[in-house]
Design a protein around this ligand. Structure first.
Ligand code: AQP
Length: 329
């Protein structure tokens, strides 16, 4: 059985992009893969954070994932499993500065003020490689925004194997969903939907109420033209394309099929139908999330059990990696 690893930062309530790009696929994959799903709290320190908020957001993200159908025995938080940090350090010493310099996510997140960002933000992709390879996972479900980091993880694994003279780490294959691999901001169709966008209107989160969802879709940026009947008509219209992609992904239809239904109409009826669809899909997750959040003891115990299982898989692998690099054990 193929081993699958994927993670999400507990930097806020997961949004529709996280759901369509990652979480929904996780829930499907667990039926026939050996899955580990991780709240990557160590990655959350790469941008400014507050300890209290991080604790709350880790519990909030855990509740959302369980509510979205993730098997409780496969969920844990990264910092509870030391294998991530141990292998992450080895990979800091295998990865090359030239490789990290090419990472577009660092450039996007650091922006112009790069000198002021943490060293953690810069070496984040090395830790991400360790997250996956500590489990010898070979399949990683991600949105297409993470493909560059997965290529880097393969480069690191290959260099480690070459330098140590063994075929120790396997090759990783990304599993990118065919639809909605990248959901864009509702305020700017050229920027990805993100938890850290200062505008709450830019994203739909998994705990939004029906009214909040409807309001955000109603206010979503569009243009003044009616929807086209053919896909080619969306080429220069990022906001319209984003809403059509979302509709298609949520309803599990093709964007062409959606345009054959709504082409020629204005955004009013289309937005109403989209809001209704989103409410129907997301409301059960929001209700279950708030139920789970009432029992913190239970959530903590789920994460503890998941961490024990994760340790039992990763510790022998990372012990061996440490022996290979020459650490006395
Ligand atoms: N907009 C998106 N569309 C499709 N997939 C997405 N993912 C994230 N945003 C989109 C996928 O969700 C998984 C978890 O991502 P993450 O939260 O760990 O990190 P991120 O990619 O940095 O997401 P955010 O929302 O932009 O977080 P912040 O703002 O905290 O940095 C990944 O598989 C990702 O591909």
């Amino acid at each position: 059985m193929q081993r699958v690893f994927s993670g999400i930062q507990p930097t806020g309530i997961p949004h529709l992009g996280n759901y369509l790009g990652a979480i929904r696929n996780w829930a499907t994959l667990q039926a026939d893969h050996d899955c580990l799903f991780c709240l990557v709290d160590m990655h959350s320190l790469t941008m400014p954070w507050s300890p209290q908020t991080l604790r709350e957001q880790t519990l909030g993200a855990a509740a959302c994932l369980l509510a979205a159908g993730i098997d409780p025995t496969r969920l844990y938080n990264q910092s509870a499993v030391s294998a991530h940090a141990r292998l992450g350090w080895i990979f800091n010493c295998v990865s090359r500065l030239g490789w990290l310099n090419r990472m577009t996510q660092f450039k996007d997140k650091a922006g112009k003020n790069r000198e002021n960002h943490s060293a953690g933000l810069y070496v984040y992709p090395n830790l991400m490689a360790a997250d996956i390879l500590a489990f010898h996972a070979t399949r990683v479900p991600v949105g297409d925004d993470q493909l560059q980091h997965l290529e880097l993880a393969n480069d690191i694994a290959q260099k480690f194997n070459h330098d140590m003279g063994v075929e120790f780490f396997p090759k990783i294959e990304p599993l990118v969903p065919p639809a909605a691999a990248r959901v864009m901001s509702l305020r700017d169709g050229t920027k990805k939907m993100s938890k850290s966008d200062p505008s709450a209107q830019s994203r739909i989160v998994l705990t939004d109420t029906a009214d909040e969802i409807a309001g955000k879709i109603r206010r979503a940026k569009t243009d003044s033209e009616p929807l086209p009947s053919e896909m080619a008509g969306l080429a220069e219209r990022p906001e319209a394309r984003n809403l059509v992609t979302i509709y298609a992904a949520v309803s599990e239809r093709t964007p062409a099929d959606i345009l054959s239904e709504f082409g020629g109409q204005g955004f009013g009826p289309f937005k109403n139908a989209l809001a209704e669809l989103l409410v129907q899909k997301l409301a059960p997750i929001a209700t279950e999330t708030s139920r789970l959040l009432q029992d913190e003891t239970h959530l903590l115990s789920v994460l503890r059990t998941g961490a024990e299982r994760a340790r039992s898989v990763a510790d022998p692998i990372v012990n061996e990696a440490e022996s290979l690099v020459g650490f006395l054990r």
